[in-house]
Design a protein around this ligand. Structure first.
Ligand SMILES: Nc1nc2c(ncn2[C@@H]2O[C@H](COP(=O)(O)OP(=O)(O)OP(=O)(O)O)[C@@H](O)[C@H]2O)c(=O)[nH]1
Ligand SMILES: [Mg+2]
Length: 490
């Protein structure tokens, strides 16, 4: 009888209900409080991007705003939990001051929820009018009638060939601002378009500004605006901040003509009015959304660090079991296809790796996991492929079956390693702490197995592995062959 294992949740189903919730809640500000804890977990675990992807129809600058403070608080709490895990597990593997610096950010995030200013990044290519826009807005003393003070931050110009900073680095600066004003002085170039897509992918709220409108005739202006609207679904405003002087001609009664240059006024009215409305109506949510992103970033940073520590602890475990499996299969060769189901993947390795990742298995449960991985490997053809690869390497290096069971031994070691690395990858994708057990997500495990297999199937890696295995399994008797192998493999 197969024991069904209760294991972590599959994100897909939850993400779907999350998206549905967003669909409903967009038009409906009253949301059941109970849902928030679940939703915030998801948002932290990357649900945010799924949510965004499903929502092209609401794709304006306010479509990714959290509508409840507790939602953001949950994200901060979640980051704090992961920091606590890191603190408990790190031991001497990590500098205490590093953990302290992570911890210090938690109270700052709570304070940030009530931040009184709105920070807007102003970005775009060289000379599109960033500085002038900020000057015009500042000198007009424009401030929306809200309790939030608006602060503009100009970035370095984007798309410069000989720039000290890369565009990616410049865009990173905008990541923790409340919205990005992106200026373009004409129709979008491909690079501008790509950059806007990147900003959107980062969940950044975008306002696209068509600047220097005075450089175009009214009909040109209209067609550029139309094109921008067709290509981008974000909020778009036209501005003229430093208009070129216009020649004015006047016919005097005596028949003469007078001509002079007149300096038109800047035109930022549409921008200030609508931006003002957004800030008055959504300013608080903009601040929460930024805080949310910071909390998610802190959580991810912590999780990466924790995963690094756990990985370093897992690799020797995998190593140990892979050579145990190798020795067993070498001493007692069994048909390759049976190998997986029996000796190759040790249930005990699953228990030990689970221990490192705070996933507690009984040995019986672990054996089920091992069995499932084994049958996945068979189904995916990994057993056959790796055995063939090992045989080829041995043949081409003149160690033709010097000892019976060598292929079996190396095969068992390789598959054990593959299983171990895949489990490790699978655990790393789980939440911290591990959520309610819902059974092993076989589909996810399959994907992980395939990608780990791809990575480890490279000729260089395989050869290195075989060389190491031969040394282990045939320590003395085949010195001659080993030298040949060394030579052949460089
Ligand atoms: N015709 C016209 N010229 C403008 C307008 N806005 C700015 N300019 C001119 O464009 C030039 C560049 O303006 P800036 O505001 O310095 O542009 P910027 O994007 O800050 O430039 P960098 O920071 O160097 O990338 C200046 O000569 C401005 O006078 C506008 O609305 N119309
Ligand atoms: Mg400038």
């Amino acid at each position: 009888m197969v024991v069904k294992l209760r294991r972590p949740i599959l994100v897909g189903g939850l993400a779907l209900s999350f998206s549905l919730w967003i669909l409903q809640s967009w038009h409906d500000s009253i949301v059941q409080l109970g849902e928030f804890s679940l939703l915030s977990i998801l948002a932290v675990s990357g649900g945010l991007s799924l949510w965004k992807r499903k929502h092209h129809q609401h794709d304006d600058m306010t479509d990714v705003l959290p509508s409840d403070r507790s939602w953001v608080e949950n994200a901060i709490a979640k980051a704090e939990v992961s920091i606590n895990y890191l603190n408990q597990e790190a031991g001497n593997d990590i500098d205490a001051s590093y953990i302290a610096s992570l911890k210090q950010q938690i109270p700052l995030l709570y304070t940030e929820l009530d931040r009184q200013s709105i920070n807007l990044a102003v970005t775009g290519g060289k000379s599109v009018g960033k500085t002038t826009l900020i000057q015009v807005l500042s000198s007009s003393q424009w401030q929306p009638e809200a309790d939030k003070l608006v602060i503009f931050q100009e970035t370095n110009p984007l798309f410069m060939e000989a720039s000290e900073r890369s565009d990616a680095a410049i865009l990173e600066d905008t990541n923790f601002t409340d919205a990005v004003l992106f200026l373009t002085s004409g129709d979008l170039t491909d690079t501008e378009y790509q950059t806007l897509q990147q900003l959107k992918a980062l969940q950044q709220r975008l306002i696209l500004i068509f600047s220097k409108q005075d450089q175009y005739l009214p009909e040109e202006r209209a067609s550029i605006l139309q094109s921008l609207q067709q290509r981008m679904s974000c909020v778009i405003f036209g501005t003229t901040t430093s208009p070129s002087p216009v020649k004015v001609r006047k016919h005097i009664n005596d028949g003469s003509i007078q001509e002079w240059l007149e300096q038109p006024e800047p035109d930022v009215q549409q921008l200030t009015q609508q931006l003002g409305e957004i800030i008055v109506n959504r300013g608080q949510q903009l601040v929460w959304a930024t805080t949310m992103r910071k909390a998610v970033a802190l959580h991810n940073q912590t999780k990466d660090c924790l995963n690094g520590i756990r990985r370093a602890r897992s690799l020797p475990i995998i190593e140990q079991y892979q050579w145990i499996a190798a020795a067993a299969a070498f001493a007692n060769p069994i048909p390759v296809l049976d190998m997986v189901a029996t000796a190759a993947i040790s249930g005990q390795m699953v228990v030990d790796l689970g221990g490192v990742y705070q996933e507690k298995f009984s040995l019986d449960q672990a054996k089920t996991v091992a069995g499932e991985m084994g049958s996945l490997m068979l189904k995916l053809g990994l057993v056959e492929l790796s055995t063939k690869a090992i045989t080829t390497i041995l043949k081409t290096n003149a160690i033709t079956f010097v000892a019976g069971g060598l292929v079996e031994g190396l095969g068992a070691a390789y598959l054990t390693r593959l299983a171990g690395l895949s489990l490790l990858e699978y655990f790393q994708q789980q939440e911290i702490p591990v959520e309610a057990k819902e059974g092993l997500n076989i589909e996810k495990l399959r994907q992980v197995l395939e990608s780990v297999f791809q990575k480890n199937q490279q000729v260089g890696l395989m050869q290195g592995f075989v060389k190491q295995g031969v040394k282990r399994l045939l320590p003395e008797s085949t010195d001659g062959e080993l030298i040949a192998l060394e030579k052949a493999m460089g």
